[in-house]
Every structure is written in C-alpha cells, then in structure tokens.
Ligand binder design. Structure first.
Ligand code: FES
Length: 171
C-alpha cells in the first residue's frame, strides 16, 4: 500500500482529537525537535483513526508546524503507515525468503481462497486487509504472519482457520 500525494489543495486539515494531541505532546518530550516526532504522530493518528487520511496528514502538519511534504515522505518510507482505509484487522504476511522456503506461497494461496482477497485487498465485510511485509524476524518459525499486534508462527491451513475464527469471534 503506497502513500499518495495529497490530491487536492482544497483538502481541509482535520482537527486532531484530545487523545491524539495528548499522546503526540508526550512524544514531543522524548524527541529533540518536532520534525523527529513526525513518524510517532503518524502512528498515533493511525492507532486512533485506523489509517492516515489526507485530512489527518494536514492536521498533523499544522499541529507540529512541519511541512506536509515531509510527513508524506515519512509515510511513504514506512509502508506500515496506511494512507488508505484498511480492515479492522490487518494481516501482515511475511513474504521473505525463509518463509517462502517453508511454504508461505501455499499459505498465501490458502488465505487468498479463504478470504477472497490477495495482497493489497480488504474483505468486503471490512474484517481483514492482507498485506505483504519483509521478514518479521521469526524465521525459525516460518511461515509467519501478524494479525494486528499478534504474531502467528508455523502456519498451516488448520492454524489459519483457527486464527481467522478467533478474530471474527472478537467482533
Ligand atoms: S523470512 Fe519470514 S520471518 Fe523471516
């Protein structure tokens, strides 16, 4: 999922909510300058809003008083800053070499068939977005994926079934 250039100059900045402001101000105490807080601010807004819209990007830019182009560059570089809406649960699926050797392609096909989405897609009911990521650092337990903040290892078709039913039952 790529960051996008803000489409219209008419886009209005969103006023950040109180929780977002409180958390960003906390981060500002930990970093030497506002520029350095940019990535943390993007992550905070994403946590609260689910993704970072153009309006949110402008809101952060205004609040931190840094150019929106700088934030856009950060969002582009860190591909886990979502610049388009995502599902309630984001599947980060490792597509690096150890997982590939251990059968990640067949797991990808299985998930593709089960959820009817491939990389970059979101299920029609908004439950899941499916994204490829580089190595998740747990190659000994390949194939590996994350769903939200949870790491799932040694994936099999049976495990994938269990994992998805667990997330569905959390609704
Ligand atoms: S290659 Fe998949 S976790 Fe490292």
């Amino acid at each position: 999922m790529q960051a996008s250039v803000i489409a219209s100059t008419a886009t209005q900045a969103r006023k950040l909510c109180a929780e977002e402001i409180k958390e960003i101000e906390h981060e500002m105490q930990l970093y030497p300058d506002k520029q350095a807080v940019g990535l943390e601010a993007l992550k905070i807004v994403q946590k609260h809003q689910g993704w970072v819209s153009d309006e949110s990007l402008l809101g952060i830019s205004k609040f931190l008083d840094i150019p929106v182009s700088d934030l856009e560059s950060v969002a582009t570089f860190f591909n886990l800053v979502y610049r388009q809406p995502v599902g309630r649960n984001v599947i980060l699926f490792c597509n690096s070499v150890s997982c590939w050797i251990m059968g990640s392609e067949s797991m990808r096909s299985y998930i593709n068939g089960k959820l009817d989405i491939d990389f970059g897609g979101t299920t029609d009911n908004g439950d899941f977005t499916f994204l490829p990521v580089p190595c998740l650092g747990d190659c000994d337990h390949a194939p590996v994926m994350m769903v939200g903040d949870d790491l799932h290892r040694n994936l099999t078709e049976g495990k994938v079934d269990e994992i998805f039913s667990e997330y569905k039952s959390k609704e």
